[in-house]
Design a binder for this molecule. Structure first.
Ligand SMILES: [Zn+2]
Ligand SMILES: [Zn+2]
Length: 253
């Protein structure tokens, strides 16, 4: 018989301990890296407050690290901006329930873009018409059926509500900003910082950061003459800001 390559039991235990120690170090480094990425991406964001009323009839629904928005459209009927990161839609269903509404009360969903954290709950509302910019369809089509592709500048009536779509490519090719109920909804195209300034889309998660900044400047120029229509700026991953001014200040930089 040749020499055995198996170590003594003591050696094997030591080897295993060493491997576990390295595994723990790798897991810790990974966790710190993920934490650092999230801190860089979202650390300056204003906090999201569940149930916050932005203007009469427009409510924030906090779904973990992302928000969706519920807009009164007609008696007993609402529209949504995005539908959250939770397939079970617990936060959205609770918000409907607080109003004595059900999933069939959702008439329309306006998607800001096709990332998963904004459309996971859409399947819960089978009666809703689904709107998104046509440029975004390639990112959405395999997850949610868009019933109404939109064009830049298009205005949609939902009950008494009027929803205007603005193309703001950059975060994704078909990212949309919507104006409805006095609120400008940015999705991930911008965020509100704790110091009250508007921040552009997070570079790390965006396809075209330069294009995103250009889209925000163009949007500021388009809306400047209508500034009195914009009472609140709402963002998917941060709390809101007041008035159009944070956008025009960003554009002036
Ligand atoms: Zn996104
Ligand atoms: Zn997002």
């Amino acid at each position: 018989m040749g020499a055995s390559t198996v170590g003594t039991p003591e050696e094997e235990v030591t080897g295993m301990k060493r491997a576990l120690k390295w595994l723990a170090v790798v897991v810790l480094v990974l966790a710190l890296a993920v934490g650092a990425v999230f801190y860089v991406a979202f650390g300056r964001n204003r906090p999201i407050v569940d149930g916050q009323v932005l203007t009469p009839g427009v409510e924030t629904v906090k779904d973990g690290f992302v928000s969706a928005f519920l807009l009164e459209a007609a008696p007993g009927k609402v529209a949504l901006i995005d539908c959250g990161n939770d397939k079970q839609g617990q936060a959205l269903l609770a918000a409907l329930q607080r109003r004595g509404l059900s999933p069939s009360s959702v008439m329309a969903i306006f998607l800001t873009h096709g990332h998963k954290d904004h459309l996971a709950g859409c399947g819960l509302f089978p009666d809703a018409q689904v709107y998104a910019l046509e440029e975004e369809l390639p990112l959405i089509a395999d997850k949610v059926r868009v019933t109404h592709p939109l064009r830049d500048g298009e205005v949609t009536g939902v009950g008494l509500l009027r929803v205007e779509a603005f193309a703001t490519p950059g975060h994704t090719p078909g990212s949309a900003v919507y104006l409805a109920g006095g609120v400008l909804f940015f999705g991930d195209s911008a965020a509100g910082s704790k110091d009250g300034t508007l921040m552009p889309a997070v570079r790390l998660f965006s396809q075209g950061p330069g294009q995103n900044a250009a889209s925000l400047r163009a949007l500021a120029a388009r809306l400047q003459p209508r500034a009195q229509e914009v009472r609140v700026l709402a963002f998917a991953h941060s709390g809101p800001l007041n008035g159009l001014q944070p956008l025009t200040s960003f554009a002036a930089q």
